[in-house]
Design a protein around this ligand. Structure first.
Ligand code: NAD
Length: 426
């Protein structure tokens, strides 16, 4: 049998998220001694769609945006994953994000496959009307491949509850009835789940609590540095602050703010919301995003975007625990150095899985038409995150691999089993 695994010496591009994902996938598949037939199936997405989206701009001219939806795997259930609006979206990025969703859903053992979408656009330069028209046209093109049983989108970078409401409405208009289970991350009034907005940040708090307990760190003595102040970084930082952690730095795309004694997070974020910058805020000193990552701390939480900890800066990373709020913030070459430095990594496909876990609860509630109280959602989220954290720790100790490869192995093993049991329809 020829070696089906990709040659290690291939021309690896560190800044390509799909290659980063595949490097981990290959390493885990090799260690699992994965059946070569299953390997061939799992190493590629199931389906990819490119859509050209004509959109009337406010001045009457038409712009044609490019959007993608990648459905990576359906072995465990409908594809699940967010839609991102950003000027630098690429198909390889969306492919990687879709595959990460497959592994993430398998790590926390929820009955979904993986999918992801993205549109190349700059929402900061678009009006609400332009965003709505673009979103609705994109949705109408996706109608045959999304749906509660097929593929369930959710928010990601620069998309939010409003965008989800437009997607749900467009889909429902075509279905001729309200189909709220077609997306998650909706407003609560439209069938969203209580606790979904905070779920990714809350999931991070739960796994950080578990990791700190493992290393005997108390919240008051634990300095946390957060990159990003959106749904994941901002809410995560606020929940950590409320739990007594010392959040010493936080940023947005333009830069960050640092106070070695700890920031008053709600006040800092309120200032950012009002002024759209940390400049002029007296509660700390300004830092660049790259300097922020190199600050001394117990917990570093990148919660913005991919490729933040790379071979270029990993030598200067000074945390004890790396809790990945973003998807793909660390590259494979950086992983090697982190291991040598003894940094405990809570990998993205585990650390930020709180969002998709509560998305699963939202989908369940929509399909039942019966909605849970917030404390029920939070308790079930905690059960899932704590159990998954310890499962990955146990797996990593048993197989003597780092936390990331343990999470990939656990996930790939589950998806491979399901693929084998279902059989290949050919
Ligand atoms: P968001 O749009 O709400 O916030 C993104 C934050 O990152 C903002 O503060 C923005 O200013 C900052 N940012 C953007 N580009 C940056 C850059 N190049 N350098 C530094 N900062 C930058 O997005 P989000 O929903 O918080 O998502 C953040 C990350 O978390 C993404 O990788 C996303 O895929 C991942 N994630 C999100 C969820 C979720 O439920 N929203 C769940 C799991 C993973």
């Amino acid at each position: 049998m020829p070696n089906v695994f990709v040659d290690d010496a291939r021309n690896f591009k560190e800044d390509n998220p799909f290659e980063s994902m595949m490097a981990r996938f290959d390493e885990a598949a090799k260690l699992l001694d994965l059946d070569p037939n299953i390997y061939r199936i799992l190493r590629v997405p199931n389906r990819e769609m490119t859509i050209y989206i004509p959109t009337m701009m406010d001045d009457g001219h038409y712009e044609v945006f490019v959007g993608y939806r990648v459905q990576h795997n359906f072995a465990r259930g409908p594809a699940k994953g967010g839609i991102r609006y950003a000027p630098d979206v690429t198909l390889d990025e969306v492919r990687a994000l879709a595959a990460w969703m497959t592994w993430k859903c398998a790590v926390v053992n929820i009955p979904f496959g993986g999918g992801k979408g993205g549109v190349i656009c700059d929402p900061s330069k678009m009006s609400m009307g332009e965003l709505e028209r673009m979103t609705r046209r994109f949705t109408s093109e996706l109608i045959d491949i999304i749906g509660p049983e097929r593929d369930v989108p959710a928010p990601d970078m620069n998309t939010n509850e409003q965008v989800m409401a437009w997607i749900m409405d467009t889909y429902s208009m075509h279905a001729r009835h309200t189909v709220n289970a077609v997306v998650t991350g909706k407003p609560v009034e439209l069938g969203g789940s209580r606790g979904r907005r905070e779920a990714t940040g809350r999931g991070l708090l739960i796994v950080i609590d578990e990791a700190c307990a493992k290393f005997g760190l108390k919240p008051a003595d634990t300095r946390v540095v957060v990159q990003g102040s959106g749904n994941v970084g901002g809410i995560g930082a606020e929940l950590l602050y409320n739990s007594g952690y010392k959040v010493t730095a936080i940023s947005d795309v333009k830069g960050g703010i640092y106070n070695e004694k700890g920031l008053n997070v709600p006040e800092t974020l309120a200032y950012l919301r009002q002024h759209r910058t940390f400049e002029g805020y007296g509660g700390g000193e300004l830092v660049s995003n790259s300097d922020l990552l190199e600050l001394e701390c117990e917990v570093l939480m990148p919660a913005a975007t991919e490729n933040q900890i790379t071979s270029a800066n990993v030598d200067r990373i000074k945390c004890r625990i790396l809790a990945e709020g973003a998807n793909g913030p660390t590259t494979p070459p950086a992983d090697k150095v982190l291991k040598e430095k003894g940094v405990f990594v809570i990998p993205d496909i585990l650390a930020n899985a709180g969002g998709v876990t509560v998305s699963y609860f939202e989908w369940v509630q929509d399909r039942m038409g019966f909605f849970w109280k917030e404390d029920v959602v939070n308790e079930r989220l905690k059960d899932t995150m704590v159990a998954s954290f310890h499962e990955v720790v146990k797996y990593s100790e048993k197989h003597d691999v780092n936390m990331r490869i343990a999470a990939y192995m656990l996930a790939i093993d589950r998806v491979a089993y399901e693929t084998k049991m279902r059989g290949i329809y050919a």
